[in-house]
Unconditional design. Structure first.
Length: 85
């Protein structure tokens, strides 16, 4: 099993009521597997991560795609896109 540290930012932190949590994933899990697991919780997780809402994921402070693997002990940040002006 693979333990990762999840960090939530901005509206996701507010909606989930969590700043961070530790989660154990099966070895070989990818970003898409993690998101599917969070969506399966239902409620705000399904609303924010399973629908049309846009969010980004970074693994160890590097932007990640759905098929990117999550290494053991990784820090995974999930956050809304940032706009500037």
């Amino acid at each position: 099993m693979n333990t990762v540290q999840l960090l939530y930012f901005a509206r996701l932190r507010d909606v989930f009521g969590l700043h961070s949590e530790t989660l154990t994933l099966p070895e070989g899990s990818a970003v898409a597997d993690l998101i599917a697991r969070l969506v399966a919780r239902g409620g705000a997780f399904a609303d924010e991560l399973g629908g049309a809402r846009v969010f980004r994921v970074a693994v160890n402070q590097e932007m990640a795609r759905p098929d990117d693997p999550i290494p053991a002990g990784a820090e995974v940040a999930i956050f809304p896109p940032v706009t500037g002006g």
